[in-house]
Design a protein around this ligand. Sequence first.
Ligand SMILES: O=C(CO)COP(=O)(O)O
Length: 258
Amino acid sequence: MARTPLMAGNWKMNMDHLEAIHLVQGLNQELTDANFDFSAVEVAVIPPFTDIRSVQTVVEGDEMKIKYGAQDVSTHENGAYTGEISASMLSKLGCSFIVVGHSERREYHGESDALVGEKARVALAAGMTPIICCGEGLDVRKAGNQVSHVLAQIDGALAGMSADDVKKSVIAYEPIWAIGTGEVATPEDAQEVCGAIRVRVGELYDAATADAVRILYGGSVKSANVADIMAKEDVDGALVGGASLKADEFAKIARFNA
Ligand SMILES: O=C(CO)COP(=O)(O)O
């Protein structure tokens, strides 16, 4: 089965809502100027919560085909949860994706695999696609335990999820030692873990589910290295941090096969 590649730009805590409008317009201009085929590669931006309404306004107003999403979601539907944002609020804003379990949230907010899985289910229940993040730290990589470490994260996050839900989900393998460091994993490193994740999904569910789930690589992806990573059979796209903050550079990443 042909999986549609996904290039998602995780802006993290960068760009206010005015900068966001500028960046999305710039990205759209770069892609339309290049006659980009949005049906062949999905392109999404993942801005901070405060930008999403503005991004929705420009995307809908200019009938852009760029998709967008949020960096986190509450597991609660509503109520006395100060500071949290619910899935229904995000789906009302036209979000297509919710990043769950990014390593920065796991580290600074103590998010567990079980919580990450719950957030993924909440996103799915509201009709959005979770981008479920996993990845090992440098110590685990140095000990050569990256595959077992990541598979344990996947087992934990997917627990209780149906095959249909997993088919609709995206998994992002982001080795922590490669995030924001300029040290990109080799295409072989990316394939080793992404391939192992797909095999595990096949074991937990079935071949059709393993075939359908999209698996992204993230960690110092740029236009200069994306094509080699994308050439690997189990890599279906990229979750891009720093390089997604520049319209021309992120457009080049989306055009990896141009
Ligand atoms: O964490 C990342 C995306 O979620 C990767 O960030 P960088 O592309 O800046 O390394």
